[in-house]
Design a protein around this ligand. Structure first.
Ligand SMILES: *[C@@H]1O[C@H](CO)[C@@H](O)[C@H](O)[C@H]1NC(C)=O
Ligand SMILES: *[C@@H]1O[C@H](CO)[C@@H](O)[C@H](O)[C@H]1NC(C)=O
Ligand SMILES: *[C@@H]1O[C@H](CO)[C@@H](O)[C@H](O)[C@H]1NC(C)=O
Length: 420
């Protein structure tokens, strides 16, 4: 009897702990290098994040695509090669398990040929968002045998905000994608197609759906290194136009709740570091011109979201400040458990970046570092699963969205009546 009572109390305490901090139950504040990570995320989650939304529809580029480009066969053959080469357990051993984690989906476990997007070593921000909201990870739209009852992921790696004809004419950088990249409009076409296929009786309740728009135009900022004939301002103009069109298209189907990511500091990726002059570095040691353009882009994107909020007052537009989250990590990377802020985990050549355009991750002679979780950068172009996890935590708990995700949930649950 006493034992039963003890177990009951134990279970109750555990349940309480999980309720207070839904996705942090297993985290300790120790890192292997001994530094304290207490409160780096500003945990103050006093609301159960699950139960507010039962669907997520995701859009965006490679940072959000959890399988579409791979399923379409659009990626270069070397992209998945590293996965096949390491017989499956590497991602689990070194990628996502930065603690004793086994409760957040575990990352790229099982057969590596059918898991993940092939562009990083585990789960993405969007996957963690789903876990936090208490719903299964939403499957890539291009896997038609998936169960889409909790939403779908329409994001496509390599998507461009620039006209394909322009990229073709200028022979612009398509390192990973086999052909001319697709524009973001394709994702809206997919979404329309998806909605049309649903029987009218089975139309999802859009009140219960969260629309997540990942960083739009990210890769285009890398592309502008390669052409002298167009400007960062033009990329921004096009990207924001695409965001506008995506949102309009979704609102037509009844979408109400949006989270829209800004751009991360793209100038901090090895690809952009090697393509820009060493004399042009910012306070983070990143490509200054690109990062300045990104900041400008993010200002204009927020302005656009303000306009959309006025245009569609029955909707909620949350800005996800990935720049803020990313630079928080850069400013104190050890605190977040990282040892290598710039060096690619999977690459070639060693040195501070371990990155060469002619030797991308998965090609002959490239190798994977022993501890991916200590790296922010996966392959010189994409982030590690560990960084995705940290960014997701900062977006969810770390006050890096406006309004905050906990407040969005409170609003959704009717616990507060104003968000702005
Ligand atoms: C975490 O931090 C708290 C407060 O600083 C401390 O009391 C606790 O012992 C730490 N836990 C671990 C596992 O280090
Ligand atoms: C597609 O989804 C099904 C059902 O979840 C899964 O069993 C299958 O492995 C997936 N296929 C690919 C190629 O990812
Ligand atoms: C799809 O998932 C939902 C909820 O997760 C479940 O209720 C339903 O039975 C699943 N459908 C199939 C065909 O497995």
């Amino acid at each position: 009897m006493a034992k039963a009572t003890f177990l009951f109390i134990h279970a109750a305490i555990l349940a309480l702990a999980l309720w207070v901090s839904p996705s942090e139950g297993h985290d300790s504040n120790r890192t292997t290098d001994g530094s304290q990570t207490t409160n780096i995320y500003n945990y103050n989650v006093n609301i159960d994040l699950s139960g507010a939304f039962d669907r997520v529809y995701a859009f965006g580029g490679s940072g959000t695509d959890n399988g579409n480009a791979r399923l379409m066969g659009g990626l270069q053959n070397f992209v998945g090669a590293w996965l096949r080469a390491v017989n499956g357990d590497l991602a689990v051993r070194d990628g996502v398990s930065d603690s004793d984690s086994n409760s957040e989906g575990g990352g790229a476990s099982g057969d590596p040929s059918i898991v993940g997007n092939g562009l990083t070593n585990g789960e993405l921000v969007i996957d963690h968002i789903c876990h936090a909201l208490g719903i299964p990870q939403v499957p890539p739209y291009k896997n038609q045998s998936s169960n889409f009852s909790n939403g779908a992921n329409f994001a496509l790696a390599g998507s461009t905000a620039l006209p394909g004809s322009f990229l073709q004419k200028n022979n612009l950088l398509s390192l990973i994608w086999k052909t001319i990249p697709q524009t973001y409009e394709l994702q809206l076409q997919w979404f329309n197609e998806f909605m049309q296929k649903l029987k009218s009786g089975a139309k999802p309740d859009m009140e219960r759906a969260l629309f997540w728009i990942g960083s739009v135009g990210a890769r285009d900022f890398s592309r502008i290194h390669m052409a002298s004939t167009f400007s960062a301002g033009w990329v921004t103009h096009n990207a924001i136009d695409h965001v506008h069109k995506l949102i309009q298209g979704m609102v037509k189907h009844g979408a109400k709740f949006f989270v829209v990511q800004g751009l991360p500091p793209i100038g901090c990726l090895p690809l952009d570091l090697i393509l820009s002059p060493v004399s042009e570095r910012d306070q983070f040691g990143c490509a200054a011109r690109i990062n300045k353009a990104v900041l400008n882009h993010n200002v204009l994107l927020q302005k656009k979201l303000g306009e959309l909020q006025k245009l569609f007052p029955h909707c909620v537009f949350v800005y996800a400040d990935v720049w803020k989250a990313f630079t928080k990590v850069l400013a104190a990377h050890h605190k977040f458990g990282f040892q290598e802020p710039f060096k690619a985990c999977c690459g070639f050549g060693g040195g501070p970046l371990n990155f060469q355009i002619g030797h991308l991750c998965g090609t002959l002679h490239t190798s994977v570092c022993p501890k991916a979780a200590k790296h922010i950068i996966w392959d010189g172009i994409h982030l590690t699963a560990a960084m995705h996890k940290v960014l997701a935590k900062l977006l969810i708990h770390g006050r890096c969205t406006h309004p905050t995700i906990p407040n969005l949930i409170k609003f959704k649950k009717g616990l507060i009546h104003h968000l702005f």
